[in-house]
Structure formats: C-alpha cells, structure tokens
Write a protein that binds this ligand. Structure first.
Ligand SMILES: Nc1ncnc2c1ncn2[C@@H]1O[C@H](COP(=O)(O)OP(=O)(O)OP(=O)(O)O)[C@@H](O)[C@H]1O
Ligand SMILES: [Mg+2]
Length: 428
C-alpha cells in the first residue's frame, strides 16, 4: 500500500497533541525539572533543549536524504528508459539491415535472424529459421564446425567468399563476418553477418570471360592483319616488282638500240631511273609490310638488320641493340610482336623524340622474353590526349599474348617502354 502524506501528518499531529495532553495531565515537565535538580552540577537541565535541537536536525537530515533519494531514482529511471530506447534502435538496425544477420546460441542454433537472412536463404520469414543449425546453411557443414570452434575460442572469423546453401539447395556466394559475444543471459552468443555477393561474383566472372574473348579476338585480328600484310607484300613483289623489272629490261633494251636517236635514249634512261626508284620504294614498302628477314634470319638477326637500316637513315642518333639468351624458335606471333615493338619504338624516335641516344634490348628470361626500350628525347605525358595508334597497338599485341606492357615518360625525360611476353616456342 502506498503511504499517504495526509495520514502521516495526521499521525504526527495526533502523537504531538497526545504528548501535550499527557504532559499537562501529569505535569511531566515540572517533574522532569524537579528530577534534574540534584544533577544541576552536571548541566543535565540543558538536555531538553539539546534533544529538541537534535529532533529538528534529524527532521532536516531525513528531508535532505529523501530529496537525494528522489533525485537518484529519477536518474535511474531515465537511464533505464535510454537503455530500452537504444535496445529498440539496435533491434531495428538488426532487423532492417540489408545484410543477413543471425544470432545463434553456442550450439549453433538460430535464436534471432532478420528478414534479409530469410530472403537470402529462400525462407518465408525469419521465424522459420529459429532453432535451425547454422551449419545447415553452409555448403560445407564441416567448415561451419571449424568456424564455431574458433568463435568459441574468442576468435573473429572473416570469410571473403563463403558458399552458402539456400533452402532449395541453390548455392549463394557470400561475404561473411562471424564473432562471439556474451548474450543478455550471460551465455555465449554467435553473431553471423552475411552479405550476398553472388551478383558481383557472377559479374566478375562474366567480365573475365568477356576480357578473355576480347583478348582472343584481338589476337586473331592481329594474326589476320599480319597475314594480310604478308599477302600484300607477296603481291607487291610478284606483280609490281616483276612488272617494274620488265619495264626496266625493256628500257635498257631501248637504250642499247637507240644510240642514233639521243632523244629516245634520254627517255629510256629516264624510264630506267624512275623504275629503279619505284622499285626501291616498293622494296622498302615490302620490308615494312613483311620483314622478310624474320623468316629468313630469325628474330635476333632480323631485329639487328632493322636496327642497322634505321641507324643508316638516322646517323645523328646513337642506337644500341642488345640481345641475350636463346631467342630462337618462338611462335610466329611472339616473333612478329617483338619485331613490331622495335619497329614502332624506332619510328616514334624518328617522328617525335629528337633523341641522341636509344637503347633496345631483348632478353630471354626463363619462360618469358623481355623487351626494353629507352630514349633520351623530349618525352611526353602518357596521360595526355593521344592521337596515334602505334603505342595502343603495341599494348594490344602484347596483352593479347598474355604479356605485360609498360610505358613510362614525362615531358623532358625521354621514353621507356617495357614488355614481358610469355615465350611460347614453336612446336616441332
Ligand atoms: N619516343 C617518343 N618521344 C616523344 N614522344 C613520343 C614518343 N613516342 C610517342 N610519343 C608521343 O606519343 C604519341 C603517341 O604515339 P603513337 O606511336 O601511339 O602515335 P603516333 O606515332 O603519333 O602515330 P602512329 O604510330 O599511329 O603512326 C605521339 O603522337 C607522340 O606525341
Ligand atoms: Mg607511332
């Protein structure tokens, strides 16, 4: 029963009135004074006033204490309210989370889960998961047992790619984070947070497949391009080359039989000169289209020949070529890619670099072949706007063979190109 303040005051008033009436009836105070006379020496007669003061002080003290107690009670109630509110907040965070959340007992059976967990595992509602062992949702039940053991030892477990099993048996790829906590009932609780990454994984593998297809396509297109070049070179050689030769032979004949007609002889000489020039142009075109030396001499000598030719045309630049290791017998595409690397880099030096020194090296390094190029020319900003296709083409060629292509340059500090290509050998 709640004590009533009015009743308490009435009791205090009644006791006070009763004491007064009894005191008047029996002259209590006079008796007390008389009784104290013999102890006057000990100042006992001062006791009543002292006791009165003590009573007032006690009343003040109990008022203070009760006020303090009231305040403390208020604070405690507010703290309890805050606790309830934060519990509501955390619960809604847990329930509304887009990741699947599970809380299980130390036996691994689900105590609480959220709607995302139910939908991840193809269940109708979180309540359907209650009491089920988490191991049931792992593709590999043994893995769950290992995880549980680690959690109970106080470890945290993070799994970047966990294969989970839906109710219908379909696999789900997930990112999972597991930890153990002490629950409200002071027992161990296992917390499992899971994010479905199936879509990302599928996208990743599709992307990898598309990249691989792209690589094959680009390799095939390079192959076709090289075949086409080879055909063109052959046509140029067989058709144009032969015809030019025939023209030249006829012109020589005319020259030799027209000593008496200087005008005709002059024209014949002009035809011989022009056809020789055109033949030179055609030969250099053929050489660009199809480095014959590559088939005849092999990679090392073909590159050396190309470098020498280039050096002859550019005597102002010092070009050094180094070759190391066994560079023979690579498949056609590796050979042609390495040759085109050298060719394009040297053409770029002539077109853009204004360099005085160029070094090129080809090195066999285990199952790889390394190409390195460096010039000391004006360089450029590789991140800047690009116009040409030469360097892009080189990168595509190298990457389509499963190699790595690196370009380093900055205005004023030359150009460095490095490529590493798996050195596939021709099958014999
Ligand atoms: N060795 C170099 N020194 C200075 N600048 C260079 C060098 N190589 C390339 N560049 C710069 O990079 C750009 C792109 O080179 P890339 O070889 O791709 O194209 P390009 O030579 O201009 O044309 P393409 O090779 O298609 O005939 C060039 O336009 C040039 O500005
Ligand atoms: Mg170029």
């Amino acid at each position: 029963m709640r004590p009533s303040v009015g009743l308490d005051i009435a009791i205090v008033a009644a006791i006070t009135v009763l004491t007064f009436v009894v005191s008047v009836l029996f002259e209590l105070n006079e008796r007390l004074v008389l009784a104290m006379v013999p102890f006057e020496a000990y100042q006992i007669d001062e006791l009543p006033i002292t006791i009165l003061t003590l009573a007032v002080a006690m009343a003040w003290f109990s008022w203070r204490r009760s006020r303090h107690a009231r305040l403390e009670l208020g604070l405690r109630l507010a703290a309890q309210q805050a606790l309830v509110e934060s519990e509501v907040q955390y619960r809604s965070l847990f329930m509304e989370n887009l990741s699947a959340n599970f809380i299980a007992g130390d036996d691994g059976r689900v105590r609480l889960s959220n709607p995302a967990a139910a939908s991840l595992l193809a269940y109708g509602s979180p309540a359907e998961l209650d009491g089920r062992p988490i191991g049931e949702f792992y593709m590999d039940g043994g893995l769950w047992e290992r995880h549980r053991e680690r959690l109970l030892k106080g470890e945290k477990v993070e799994v970047p790619m966990l294969e989970m099993k839906r109710r219908d048996g379909v696999a789900v790829q997930a990112l999972a984070k597991l930890s153990a906590r002490v629950g409200p009932a002071r027992d161990a609780e296992l917390h499992v947070y899971v994010t479905d990454v199936t879509a990302v994984t599928t996208m990743q593998s599709e992307l990898a497949r598309a990249l691989e297809e792209n690589r094959q396509l680009s390799q095939r297109s390079m192959q076709v391009q090289e075949e086409e070049r080879r055909n063109l070179a052959r046509e140029l050689h067989d058709e144009l080359g032969q015809s030019l030769n025939a023209i030249k032979v006829d012109a020589v004949n005319i020259r030799d039989h027209t000593q008496a007609q200087p005008d005709v002889q002059r024209s014949a000489l002009a035809i011989i000169e022009v056809s020789t020039q055109v033949y030179d142009v055609v030969r250099s075109l053929m050489q660009r289209l199809r480095p014959v030396a590559l088939d005849d001499l092999g990679l090392r000598s073909a590159v050396q020949y190309g470098v020498d030719q280039w050096q002859r045309r550019h005597p102002g630049v010092r070009c050094r070529f180094e070759a190391e290791g066994d560079l023979d017998g690579f498949v056609e595409q590796v050979n042609i890619t390495l040759y085109r690397l050298v060719q394009e880099c040297l053409t770029n030096v002539a077109k853009h670099a204004g360099a005085s020194r160029v070094t090129i090296s080809l090195k066999r390094d285990g199952n790889q072949v390394r190409f390195e190029f460096e010039d000391d020319g004006r360089g450029f900003d590789p991140a800047g706007k690009k116009r040409g296709l030469g360097l892009i083409g080189l990168r595509e060629r190298v990457e389509s063979l499963g190699g790595r292509f690196e370009l380093e340059s900055a205005p004023g500090s030359g150009v460095r190109v490095r490529a590493v290509i798996p050195a596939e050998k021709e099958k014999t």
